[in-house]
Write a protein of this length. Structure first.
Length: 448
């Protein structure tokens, strides 16, 4: 097995951990592991995909079959249909890069935007395509048109990417960034308390409220619709130019929760699509409504035809598609971006409601199973309203990193939270089964 390091787990909430996991998987011959006996992701590649059948869904993935992948959503291994689309686009580009783009007359980006619009029930003109959540957060916070007397309100629970993007925003604009804590003990967090604590932090100068939908350090899912309603109340009587807008890092809810942008009620939703959506690596998106797009200046010049034509004509662009005007230009790894359409449609074919139910049911089963064991504390709330797929655990007397290594040896791939307080982090998803959840509970029991 490839050597896994403590630092790799912490730094690698993204690429480094993904690489380590994959490296670990390829030479991890655990024929007798619980994962092997309960079955895992891969199946007969030739069999037709039946989105109504979970075994068929899992058979679409190339994840090593000798492990149960409770960390697969950190940096996705995409399903077969996505891999095939990447290969198809790559072959077209490799054969004749310009001809392939011309043959498709700009329809491929449009197709990805249409699929994302359908997935979120959003106007594609308000969607920007990115390479990651971090790029999206960098774009929206890096482009904020803020005055030095204005404020951003964020929380103690956000990931590095939000905190660092906002540190740079403060440096650039002179605006102040304030942080509040939304709960003391994640397991006993309450929706009302979360909303009350956040809203108490809003001042007349607050222009942006920056939160994370599902906290990757604890598994707490924020009641975003309630927060949006409370922010709207706080905005009563404010001029349009002074309203506080709600920005959400949605990466750990996107691909799990069966909601639309209207359901969430936020002004901006930023997400990578290479985590729970199991989309191509190096893809993501930003959705923002009209008010929010007007607050965000593009950071990287767009290659949208409107902008390009305006440049050719020597006039300022008249932006009627803010999402495309906000999409960083330059050439990208387009084969991945275009294959994102297939990943979105893969979820739509299964049904967003069924994906949510499958993930939540296993997460509840896992939390209930673990709660019955002595020596382990489930950090993530039990309630589905305050949790999603992420489940964080604390052990009374075991080292989290050593525990992850032992679980891996038993055939269960888990991870660590990349935060100051480190927990063992697991998450059931499309590629796990209720039997594997039982196996994981038994493996944790053995560990204890
Ligand atoms: C809450 C949260 N936001 C953003 C990121 C970064 O995502 P990406 O790798 O898509 O930039 C992570 C972890 O990787 C995360 O946990």
């Amino acid at each position: 097995m490839a050597k896994l390091t403590r630092r790799g787990f912490l730094v690698g909430s993204g690429a480094a951990a993904g690489a380590a996991v994959l490296a670990g998987c390829t030479d991890n011959g655990q024929a007798g592991s619980p994962a092997a006996t309960t079955g895992s992701g891969t199946g007969d590649p030739a069999a037709a995909f039946d989105p109504a059948d979970w075994a068929s869904v899992r058979a679409q993935f190339s994840l090593a079959p000798d492990s149960a992948h409770f960390n697969a959503w950190v940096f996705a291994s995409p399903p077969r249909v996505v891999g095939e689309a990447i290969s198809r686009h790559r072959a077209g580009l490799d054969a004749d890069t310009l001809a392939y783009q011309e043959e498709n007359e700009g329809t491929l980006d449009v197709d990805t935007l249409a699929a994302a619009g359908e997935y979120l029930d959003a106007d594609p003109a308000q969607l920007a395509l990115t390479d990651s959540t971090t790029m999206g957060l960098g774009m929206v916070y890096g482009g904020l048109r803020l005055r030095p007397d204005q404020q951003v309100l964020t929380t103690e629970h956000d990931f590095y990417s939000t905190h660092e993007a906002l540190r740079l925003t403060a440096e650039r604009t002179g605006a102040t960034v304030n942080r509040v804590s939304l709960y003391d003990d994640p397991a006993s967090a309450s929706a009302e308390d979360i909303v009350a604590r956040l809203i108490a932090g809003i001042t007349p100068q607050t222009r942006v409220v920056a939160v994370t939908w599902v906290h990757s350090g604890t598994g707490v899912k924020l009641p975003v619709p309630d927060i949006a309603a409370a922010v709207a109340t706080a905005n009563a009587g404010r001029a349009e130019a002074d309203r506080a807008l709600l920005f959400v890092d949605g990466v750990h809810g996107f691909g799990v929760e069966d909601v639309t942008v209207a359901d969430l009620g936020c002004d901006v939703l930023v997400s990578g699509t290479h985590k729970w959506l199991f989309g191509p690596r190096g893809t993501g998106l930003v959705w923002a409504n009209e008010s929010a797009w007007s607050l965000i200046a593009p950071v990287i010049p767009s290659f949208d035809i409107v902008n390009f034509q305006a440049w050719l004509d020597g006039v300022p662009p008249v932006v009627d598609r803010p999402g495309q005007a906000g999409t960083p230009g330059g050439f990208h790894t387009f084969e991945y971006r275009w294959a994102l359409a297939e990943a979105l449609r893969f979820h739509l074919a299964i049904g967003k409601d069924r994906v949510q139910e499958w993930t939540h049911t296993q997460a509840t089963q896992l939390k209930e199973g673990l709660a019955g064991l002595a020596g382990v504390r489930v950090v993530t709330p039990m309630a589905a309203e305050l949790s999603s797929g992420i489940v964080c655990l604390a052990f009374d007397s075991l080292d989290p990193f050593e525990s992850v290594l032992t679980l891996r040896e038993a055939g269960f791939v888990a991870g660590l939270t990349p935060y100051r307080t480190g927990y063992v982090r697991v998450g059931p998803s499309l590629v796990t089964t209720p039997e594997q959840v039982d196996g994981l509970v038994a493996a944790v029991d053995d560990l204890l």
